[in-house]
Ligand binder design. Structure first.
Ligand SMILES: Nc1ncnc2c1ncn2[C@@H]1O[C@H](COP(=O)(O)OP(=O)(O)O)[C@@H](O)[C@H]1O
Ligand SMILES: CC(=O)N[C@@H](CCC(=O)OP(=O)(O)O)C(=O)O
Length: 292
């Protein structure tokens, strides 16, 4: 780190004041993608940033992914992860792995890191109080004609915000794994971006921040697109610029923006303290998604 005088340090701290005032008591939904959980230092920095936001009076709500971590465990049991249109094909055995990795390992790791930094994190899946209700998702083939069955994958029907609101009010930090429950009580695997977007909508969040492993949304030449509107997103979908895991991410970001979430950002979670840069400084990092 370059030498910074105490005076400059004090000025940087003082520049955060307007942001702290603007976001006081506001809900910020943060999606922490599995691809941004690269190393211990980054994960630790993420957890300390979340605690800082809570202590200065905001309500951070964490939704995490864990796609690469699920793939690792599938590899170990000799099973290959398969995705169609950004969604994991989830048979019963894969669903067990998803519950172990998302509901167990990844969720508890984030909870314990936040707690280590002095926050009070509580881990949840949509099974808790049945707060994320879902039904089986069916995809359409390229012609839009035939259904593709991708197994135990959920499409969100409703999210009951009350557990999260109670936790926020009592100064806890909710950490949510993207697992939903259907009408029969069975668990369904849901893409974490979709959970984060819908949660931001039902909580009437001020901000939705999707942390991933690219500088933001890139055009075909690899240039960062700093602002995107619905119309431009349609073009990028149509010409194939957006693919894979970016498909559900952008759809969810756009739905959240259309439903009234003020600021929706896709940012590079591999940058140390990306969250603080996004919330507390003028530094615009990544891509901002707007309805118009
Ligand atoms: N136009 C695009 N700009 C940036 N990334 C894109 C684009 N199209 C597809 N992607 C892919 O989307 C990935 C991010 O989604 P995903 O792998 O699901 O990450 P996460 O685990 O953070 O949700 C990027 O690593 C990149 O490979
Ligand atoms: C249905 C579906 O695809 N579910 C995802 C859930 C985890 C996730 O979304 O993780 P990332 O945010 O790290 O990609 C999966 O099984 O990988």
């Amino acid at each position: 780190m370059p030498d910074i005088t105490p005076q400059i340090k004090a000025e940087i701290l003082s520049e955060a004041l307007p942001y702290i005032q603007r976001f006081l008591d506001k809900t910020i939904v943060i999606k922490y993608g599995g691809n941004a959980m690269i190393d211990e230092e980054l994960k630790d920095g993420f957890a300390s940033d979340v605690v800082l936001l809570k202590l200065v009076g905001m309500n951070p709500v964490v939704v995490h992914g864990g796609g690469p971590q699920i793939n690792d465990l599938l590899d170990r049991i000799g099973k290959k992860g398969e995705f169609i249109q950004g969604m994991r094909v989830t048979d019963a055995e894969t669903m067990d792995v998803v519950e172990m990795v998302l509901g167990g390992h990844v969720n508890k790791e984030i909870v314990s890191l936040i707690n280590k930094h002095g926050g009070k994190a509580v881990g949840l899946t949509g099974q808790d109080g049945h707060f994320i209700r879902a039904r089986k998702m069916m995809l359409k083939d390229n012609m839009g004609e035939n259904n593709i069955d991708i197994g135990q994958v959920g499409e969100i029907q409703s999210i009951d915000p009350s557990i999260v609101l109670h936790l926020d009010a009592a100064d806890f930090i909710p950490v949510i794994a993207p697992i939903g429950v259907d009408a029969t009580g069975e668990s369904l695997n849901i893409n974490a971006d979709l959970v984060a977007g819908k949660l931001a909508e039902v909580l009437k969040a001020e901000k939705l921040i999707l942390m991933t492993n690219t500088p933001g949304v890139l055009d075909k030449e690899g240039n960062l697109l700093t602002k995107l509107t619905a119309r431009r997103i349609d073009e990028l979908f149509a010409d194939g610029t957006i693919s894979g895991g970016m498909l559900p991410k952008i759809s969810s970001a756009l739905d959240a923006a259309k439903s009234g979430v003020n600021a929706v950002h896709i940012i590079d979670g591999r940058v140390k303290h990306a969250l603080l840069l996004e919330v507390l400084t003028e530094q615009g990092v990544g891509t901002m998604i707007r309805a118009k």
